[in-house]
Design a protein around this ligand. Structure first.
Ligand SMILES: NC(=O)c1ccc[n+]([C@@H]2O[C@H](COP(=O)([O-])OP(=O)(O)OC[C@H]3O[C@@H](n4cnc5c(N)ncnc54)[C@H](O)[C@@H]3O)[C@@H](O)[C@H]2O)c1
Length: 446
């Protein structure tokens, strides 16, 4: 099969990893974004965000000309390629429902391009969109702008993305499954043969289904993962009331049960990031519109909202009044190996500390520039863990960065004014730390 030419709209985590992934496998890829600054960086081979293992292949594919990034040129991108992955953002509206403005705008642009095309072209929605969007929003816009019929005039699929930030590029290259929601068989066949060529002998199971089932698979997956996190946090909060109980051991034992599995059972300050919070909210809002209330997910969300404030409660239990106290925060990103701070759990933690009159100093290996855009000069930023801990009255561990897992009790006792540590991610051995300092952790009945 001659390799189809690929275009990618939106060059965030999903778009850029898809673009670099296909370019690194020998496809000619044209990306297009509205963000000129991002495009300039990409065209110099510099990723606009921190994501392990992306830099080298981005640089390589830009240099060998397989990947280029255009600014505001959706039409050109579509015209010079055979298939377009649409990976623009789908944020939340204030009421939690999905905001489709970027999908709608990019779809109008694609439709106009399809109108000028004489050859078959397949549009693939990769962004997370609520069930019905591809059929009821994307398809009518494409048909109206292109003046062509979907199916015969052009192809349409919905193929959700399951990558995890922090290992986004690896996940793009090796996924557990591929989901293809297809408008018609020809569209599905085209996309399936592309994926088979891309993954080669490592092609994962491919599920072919309707557009709306594909859309729901993504929400159902993220909602279950969010549910596991809120579930284990509920058990963690209960453990704190039971002397001798430890959620970490409860979770490890539960995880050995094949029906349950060990992943996403890490108790902590809750889930954040650009996906789980917005996807859970969007599904709740969408289902409400359909007349079915998602009580279970409403509970998942409310547990997650309260969870970061556990850190403040611990802080007050151990320190008393927080006014004027110096609180060191280790970790700002919503998880390790990313600089993304969207919906990071540290945001409600720091906001509450500031409200209580504490002086906050924070350190993160990569997320400080993004944190500065949020907290400005309301907090101090340290250049290292040790600088962050110096003279602090209390430390809250918020993100499970590898470098924090290597800290010993002495790193805290030698540098802090009062050696008080709150482990918000259960990365330290309580037995070791409790002997040497004032230590508490999520889900520890002491
Ligand atoms: N980030 C993740 O881990 C992840 C994982 C799976 C699925 N998703 C989903 O994928 C989608 C994209 O997520 P992301 O995190 O990569 O997004 P992002 O917010 O990092 O990037 C989206 C990009 O789209 C661009 N854009 C908006 N309108 C455009 C247009 N008309 N033409 C071209 N570019 C346009 C924006 O400038 C932005 O750079 C979302 O629906 C998200 O829910 C994200």
């Amino acid at each position: 099969m001659k390799k189809p030419k690929i275009s990618v709209l939106g060059i965030g985590y999903v778009g850029l990893c898809t673009a670099v992934g296909f370019a690194s496998e020998g496809y000619a890829v044209t990306a297009s974004t509205h963000d000129a600054e991002k495009a300039a960086k990409i065209n110099k081979g510099i990723p606009p965000f921190h994501e392990p293992n992306l830099q080298k292949l981005l640089e390589e594919t830009i240099q060998n000309g397989r990947l280029k990034c255009l600014v505001n040129q959706t039409e050109k991108a579509v015209l010079e390629t055979d298939l377009t992955f649409n990976a623009v953002g789908t944020p939340s509206r204030p009421d939690g429902s999905i905001d489709l403005q970027f999908i709608e705008k990019s779809t109008h642009e694609m439709g106009k391009a399809l109108n000028q095309k004489n050859t078959y072209h397949v549009v693939v929605i990769k962004s997370t969109v609520v069930p019905g969007t591809t059929q009821d929003v994307v398809k009518p816009i494409l048909e109206k702008e292109s003046k062509k019929k979907c199916g015969s005039g052009f192809g349409l699929c919905m193929s959700p993305e399951f990558l995890r930030q922090g290992s986004a590029f690896e996940d793009t290259m090796h996924t557990d499954r591929v989901v293809i929601g297809e408008h018609d068989k020809k569209s599905g066949d085209f996309l399936e043969s592309l994926y088979k060529d891309f993954y080669g002998e490592n092609t994962p199971p491919i599920i072919r289904t309707t557009l709306s089932t594909a859309e729901l698979i993504k929400y159902a997956s993220n909602s279950l993962l969010a549910t596991k996190i809120s579930f284990i946090n509920t058990i963690a909060n209960m453990c704190e009331e039971i002397p001798g109980a430890d959620v970490k051991i409860v979770a490890a034992a539960m995880g050995l049960d094949k029906r349950i599995g060990p992943l996403f059972l890490n108790a902590g300050l809750g889930y954040g990031g650009s996906c789980f919070p917005k996807d859970v909210k969007a599904l709740i809002a969408h289902s409400k519109n359909l007349g079915y209330r998602l009580n279970l997910l409403e509970a998942v969300e409310s547990v997650n909202k309260a969870q970061p404030l556990k850190a403040i409660q611990f802080c007050k239990d151990l320190l008393g009044n927080l006014k004027g106290k110096r609180v060191a925060i280790l970790g700002l990103a919503f998880k390790a190996n990313t600089d993304d701070m969207r919906e990071a759990r540290v945001i409600p933690v720091i906001n509450q500390l500031l409200k209580e009159g504490a002086n906050v100093i924070a350190y993160d290996p990569v997320a400080v520039p993004n944190a500065k855009a949020i907290f400005k000069n309301k907090i101090q930023y340290a250049a290292s863990t040790i600088e962050c801990l110096k003279n602090a009255d209390c430390c809250i561990l918020v993100t499970e960065w590898d470098e924090f897992t290597k800290l010993t009790p002495e790193d805290f006792t030698k540098n802090m004014k009062q050696p008080i540590l709150i482990d918000g991610r259960r990365i330290y051995d309580p037995d070791e730390f409790i002997r040497k300092m004032k230590f508490t952790a999520i889900g520890l009945g002491q």
